[in-house]
Design a protein around this ligand. Sequence first.
Ligand SMILES: NC(=O)c1ccc[n+]([C@@H]2O[C@H](COP(=O)([O-])OP(=O)(O)OC[C@H]3O[C@@H](n4cnc5c(N)ncnc54)[C@H](O)[C@@H]3O)[C@@H](O)[C@H]2O)c1
Length: 216
Amino acid sequence: MTRVGVAGAAGRMGATVCAAVEGADDLELSGRADPALGVELADILDGCDVVVDFTTPDTALENALACVRAGVHAVVGTTGWDPSPLREFGPNPPANVFIAPNFAIGAVLMTRFAVEASKYMAKAEIIELHHDRKLDAPSGTAARTAELMEGEVPIHSVRLPGLVAHQEVILGDVGQTLTIRHDSTDRTSFMPGVLLAIRRVGELPESPVIGLEHLL
Ligand SMILES: NC(=O)c1ccc[n+]([C@@H]2O[C@H](COP(=O)([O-])OP(=O)(O)OC[C@H]3O[C@@H](n4cnc5c(N)ncnc54)[C@H](O)[C@@H]3O)[C@@H](O)[C@H]2O)c1
């Protein structure tokens, strides 16, 4: 059994991850850390093989560093932070970090198709739409998609109640447009990707690895 701790366990994503881990035969939920529960990450690290982090942009790096220093692998879904200090552990870190701005398979495919299309169409723009409690803008998924596509790709961010996570990539050329759209209508859309990352993070060839496409 892999012992899994969840940082941000009282949040929208963290609570969904706790339920997914509890539902998996090969995984054991070994700790829930969240200031809202009065439990610090440091309190649960000892009993974990892997920690899943869905917290806030200003805590994700600190949490990932604490995991690596403790020899605990980290799977991070939190967006809007810079992971470059994690490279300072060098080629043989005490533990691995896997980061994905989006754990939904459909979103990974949307990005892949948009990158391919951008090689052939003149211009593109991205509209990303999320619930109004999301702290970062543009979304990690939109930033990553734009980074991988050809040319300058402007991003427009919409924040409204009723939305979960959605992205539209619109490509334009003479007399035509192409629209590639992905919708996460429920947070369970991210769970197969999160469980895959939990099972694979211990055997990564390098760390950090960024993007679910590297595990598919
Ligand atoms: N990668 C993906 O597929 C994906 C999907 C959805 C959301 N996200 C990202 O996940 C993050 C969380 O989103 P959410 O909607 O669940 O937010 P949320 O606000 O519902 O939950 C965040 C939780 O983290 C807790 N927290 C804050 N500091 C902490 C710390 N130091 N240690 C432990 N817990 C701490 C908060 O108390 C809160 O309960 C955001 O960055 C969001 O963009 C990623």
